[in-house]
Write a protein that binds this ligand. Structure first.
Ligand SMILES: [Fe+2]
Length: 539
């Protein structure tokens, strides 16, 4: 008798973890991982162990949303203590790396006084010897860069920290993932597994291609005690079948936040993938995994923020991605890890790093990396790019979270690329202070007023309109606002009608419409068809 075949349920979360914490790119690149374990995870754990009830209260306060508070209801103290013990006992190399980075900063400040660096090398902390180059900037300030590719080959790249949690989600509510670890519970399986494992690809393929249960169970080596939970992730019901786009137009679909799929009958491009789940009740219409093609030709990544690179979305898509295009960097700076190395290390072998104003001349389209300014707290971070996607005469410009600091830049760019047909612009114009994301990487604490003035903020209305004026698009869409409920766990924003980003983006939409453009702040889902000559086809 033929064996029964099963699909992976559409609401099974494949959640990559780093020692129990939601995995994001700064937890992969070894130096940033060390600083985050030392400067984010352990302090939150200690704070929770000291006063769990304070955390339970803080997460109820909307003003504290996204703060360093564990959303565990003040319980599970023993599990949190166990997590701390595991990190302290097993990650001594990583904690040593964090300590050495801080020591190196301090040593350079006292020992590198403008004289030749060769005499300073012997004073580099032992664990960093061979991994850094020392230099002065032109103002005679000392600094260092990592040989990041060597760090990935060293004991500091600790794949034993990697695991995958599998669980079924029934709604979009999840704790803020940078502050709350995933602890074992009876409905989840946490399986030790490196992120480059092909078993993850085999599991993800079962969303569309059914397999006998034993096939996948054997690959995962599921223990008999875990079988019941594991089996609950699968179903014999066939999911809706994806129907590829076969028309002669360009189809643009908004999946929420900054995630947009562009399709023609020959090509698919997915930008900043963040795919919601389905298979449970939602009040908001939304595209989901079922709406993705069987092969995604190009994935474009705009920048290295946790709401634009989601392993939870990307690992299950890995088997169907042609190429991932990422902004390039070779800076070796702690705050600017190399995305190509990062993706390579977790099993993406098809990564293309692109430079500013470089154009990839691909079979069916042109992709140009456009400078991305701002939204990085005035740190010298190069790993960020906007994209111009050109399909025949039709031009779409994705500005991600760019904050337009000097519109002259975009005047120069316009001279090179001309006007565009459609522009997408993030307008999260208040933004978190520097320390919210980059705090663990700092060795010197910033004064509060400086921290508050250096934000992860996108464009406001005036700045947004300045580039609308330059590129004269026919259509303007505000996106990447973190508005959808399935994004809250990672963006930590929740707006009211009075919130500044909403007020500012309403005004931008109004002004654009006043000028005869089509303009809208996207929410949930949106589909538009365009002619390749550049005209929208209203459907
Ligand atoms: Fe961002």
């Amino acid at each position: 008798m033929e064996q029964m075949k099963y699909y992976l349920k559409p609401n099974v979360v494949i959640e990559p973890l780093i020692d129990g914490w939601y995995a994001w790119s700064h937890l992969i690149s070894p130096a940033t991982a060390a600083m985050n374990v030392d400067g984010r995870h352990l302090p939150i754990i200690d704070s929770y162990l000291g006063a769990p009830e304070v955390h339970a209260q803080a997460v109820l306060n909307p003003k504290m949303r996204g703060g360093p508070f564990m959303d565990l209801g003040g319980v599970k103290v023993d599990e949190v203590r166990k997590l701390k013990d595991k990190i302290v006992d097993s990650r001594s190399m990583l904690l040593q790396l964090a300590k050495s980075i801080k020591e190196l900063d301090k040593m350079l400040a006292t020992e590198a006084k403008g004289f030749g660096m060769e005499n300073v090398y012997p004073k580099v902390p032992d664990s960093l010897k061979g991994y850094v180059e020392l230099f002065y900037d032109r103002s005679n300030n000392p600094g260092f860069r990592f040989f990041e590719s060597l760090l990935y080959k060293s004991e500091f790249y600790c794949t034993q920290m990697q695991s995958i949690a599998l669980w079924i989600t029934e709604n979009d509510q999840r704790p803020f993932c940078l502050s709350t670890p995933k602890l074992p519970d009876s409905n989840s399986l946490i399986l030790d597994m490196t992120f480059d494992s092909v078993i993850i690809d085999e599991l993800a393929k079962m969303k569309r291609t059914p397999q006998p249960l034993n096939y996948i169970k054997n690959l995962f080596s599921i223990a008999p005690s875990d079988e019941m939970v594991f089996d609950s992730f699968f179903t014999t019901s066939q999911p809706p079948v994806y129907s590829p786009y076969v028309g002669d137009k360009i189809r643009m679909r908004y999946f929420g936040h900054a995630c947009i799929l562009i399709e023609t009958n020959e090509l698919s491009i997915l930008i900043d993938p963040l795919i919601s789940y389905y298979g449970y009740h939602s009040d908001i219409e939304h595209f989901s995994d079922v709406d993705l093609p069987d092969k995604i030709d190009y994935v474009l990544i705009t920048h290295n923020h946790q709401d634009h690179i989601l392993f939870e979305t990307l690992l299950p898509l890995r088997h169907k991605i042609g190429k991932i295009i990422v902004p390039s960097t070779r800076s070796g700076r702690l705050e600017d890890p190399d995305l190509k190395l990062m993706f390579n290390s977790i099993g993406f072998k098809n990564v293309v790093a692109i430079d500013e104003m470089e154009t990839l001349n691909l079979p069916d389209c042109l992709i140009t990396a456009i400078p991305f300014t701002g939204e990085h707290s005035d740190l010298n971070i190069l790993t960020k790019s906007c994209y111009l996607v050109q399909i025949r005469e039709f031009k779409l410009l994705f500005m991600a979270d760019s904050r337009i600091l000097d519109s002259n830049l975009y005047r120069s760019i316009q001279k090179q690329i001309g006007n565009v047909d459609v522009m997408f612009l993030g307008m999260e114009c208040d933004g978190a202070p520097l320390s919210w994301l980059y705090g663990p990487l700092l060795t010197k604490k910033l004064p509060r007023d400086q921290d508050g003035s250096r934000r992860l903020a996108g464009s406001d209305c005036k700045k947004g309109m300045s580039i609308v004026d330059i590129f004269s698009p026919n259509e303007v869409y505000v996106y990447a606002m973190g508005l959808e409920p399935w994004v809250e766990f990672i963006s930590s924003v929740k707006y009211t009608d009075e919130s500044n980003p909403i007020v500012q983006s309403n005004e931008l939409v109004r002004l654009c419409r006043e000028r005869g453009m089509i303009a809208e702040r996207l929410f949930g889902e949106k589909e538009i068809l365009y002619n390749k000559s550049g005209n929208e086809v209203r459907v």
